[in-house]
Design a protein around this ligand. Structure first.
Ligand code: BG6
Length: 496
């Protein structure tokens, strides 16, 4: 199936931090791919801004190389690349000082009016550390570079705790309306994450059963094989709780647990997500397991040992966390949500397992075996859905039951072989240009998520909790199994 491409009107996009890792790996490749798809028209201006001094030619040459590196040479048609580079310019600019701002004003000064009186969309992408958000916002204003069609994009981490997130929100609110602020959680841009909403609210089948009367428990797993090499400082200050749980897993939890919004509209969706976060109970330390990866005995290799990688033999930062959460509302009271995420695990696999309750009575007798339905939503890789259904074991010999999967792979069902789904950043950037905030976090949502996270971290610190070592390439620390076993349950496997 070919995805629909609806071109947008020419716009301006300034990437602050244009020479940084995120801009090179994600933002500029995403823009290039949208350009190749025909969505970004000629007349659009993409301006890279960073401190380094580059001539326009040098910047374009560097960008061409980095696009080739990040997209794979096969993805690039030379002609398209040349056309794309014509849209791109570069300004050397100091986000904290005066240098470069006049040049930026000059670059943006003409062509503010699109057609008639409509303003040209102007996106400022803050691909920089949060300490620069305030200075950039201030300078954009003082140089008269904002208007009603201005939007800013900010990356995670949006704060380190509730107090810092509030500060950031206050700073940005001093210069922009909430409707102009796009806080990115790239998980929300993933095709299958959006499919969670389509599956739940586009089908009659699941929603009547989607509550504590029929659902025994839900497992959300985001397992990664990568370690923290290259991001040691940031990660050592954050850990899995702040890096993944507070944002990506929290968003998945919201989409799985929220009430149907009245419409698929930014505030309707975000209001419902916010209600989920606010209904989350505090998590007791004994419902949390933290881990740190360590090498399997005899294993040698780069980044198999967390403490060695971050250069801190006494580090108590977790590279793995599992916890049991409860949502105190009518729909979910009594249904636990088990969440886990970790680095250097056995496989890269993000999966949500909705485990339904047993049928209330087995008419086939105990010897037929007890089976419960189970809906598995694979977010990445091998995106798709599997529903396990109970049937009769084939053959003579009486009625014995077994589970068979009703399996749907999105790739097989939807794509001609080889077609690539748009990357999360492609979708999110184009949503900014179109002015659609549905897949972005609102300020109150981020604060509520920190409001849930802060006491958990404080509780663990007060207890002097030390992460349990787990072998790189395993499924995580053994204690995480106990978390479920205590409730007579088991984690589903972590499989690619
Ligand atoms: C980022 C985290 O937000 O998400 C990383 O900072 C993590 O630590 C990454 O590796 C995972 O994203 P994805 O898209 O690879 O699942």
């Amino acid at each position: 199936m070919v995805s629909r491409v609806i071109p947008v009107a020419p716009f301006d996009l300034v990437v602050f931090g244009a020479t940084g890792d995120l801009a090179q790996r994600k933002i500029l490749p995403a823009l290039f791919r949208r350009f190749c798809a025909g969505q970004i028209p000629h007349g659009t201006r993409i301006i890279g801004a960073a401190r380094s001094a580059f001539s326009l030619d040098d910047y374009r040459q560097n960008l061409a190389q980095s696009l080739k590196k990040n997209l794979g040479t096969t993805a690039i048609e030379d002609e398209k690349l040349v056309q794309f580079l014509q849209l791109v310019s570069y300004i050397s600019l100091d986000g904290n000082g005066a240098a470069g701002w006049r040049a930026l004003s000059a670059a943006l000064s003409d062509g503010q009016e699109q057609s008639g009186s409509e303003l040209r969309v102007q996106v400022y992408y803050f691909s920089v550390g949060p300490s620069l958000f305030g200075p950039l916002a201030e300078r954009l204003h003082s140089h008269g570079l904002t208007n009603a069609a201005t939007r800013i994009v900010v990356e995670k981490p949006f704060g380190h705790d509730l107090a810092s997130a509030r500060d950031l929100n206050r700073t940005l609110a001093g210069h922009f309306d909430e409707g102009q602020i796009y806080r990115i959680d790239h998980y929300l841009g993933k095709e299958t994450v959006q499919n969670l909403m389509a599956v739940r609210f586009g089908n009659m089948l699941f929603e009547p059963l989607w509550n504590s009367q029929y659902v025994d428990h839900i497992q959300i797993t985001v397992a990664e094989t990568v370690g923290v090499l290259g991001r040691e400082d940031y990660y050592e200050r954050s850990g899995a709780m702040r890096d993944m749980m507070q944002n990506h897993l929290m968003q998945l939890l919201c989409l799985i647990a929220m009430e149907p919004p009245a419409k698929f509209d930014p505030d309707a969706v975000r209001d419902e997500k916010l209600k989920v976060i606010r209904a989350l109970d505090p998590v007791e330390p004994y419902h949390i397991v933290r881990g740190q990866y360590a090498p399997a005995s005899g294993a040698v290799g780069r980044d198999l040992n967390y403490r060695e990688t971050v250069g801190n033999q006494r580090s108590s930062t977790e590279s793995y966390i599992a916890l049991k959460a409860h949502i105190s509302n009518w729909r979910w009271a009594g249904t636990p949500f088990y969440l886990r995420t970790g680095k250097r695990l056995k496989a890269r696999s993000s999966v949500i397992n909705v485990m339904f309750k047993d049928a209330p009575h087995s008419i086939f007798g105990e010897e037929a075996g007890r089976h419960a339905n189970h809906l598995k939503i694979r977010l990445q890789p091998n995106e798709g859905i599997t529903l396990s259904v109970t049937i009769k074991e084939p053959g003579p010999g009486g009625m014995r039951l077994m589970d068979v999967p009703l399996d749907m792979s999105f790739a097989e069902a939807l794509g001609p072989k080889g077609s690539e789904a748009a990357d999360a950043y492609e979708r999110l950037i184009m949503d900014v240009v179109r002015g659609n905030q549905t897949l972005f976090m609102r300020g109150d949502e981020v604060e509520a998520a920190w409001g849930w996270t802060d006491p958990i971290i404080a509780g663990l610190q007060a207890r002097g909790d030390v992460p349990k070592p787990y072998e790189s390439g395993s499924v995580g620390p053994g204690d995480a199994d106990l978390l479920l076993r205590r409730d007579q349950r088991e984690w589903r496997g972590i499989n690619p």
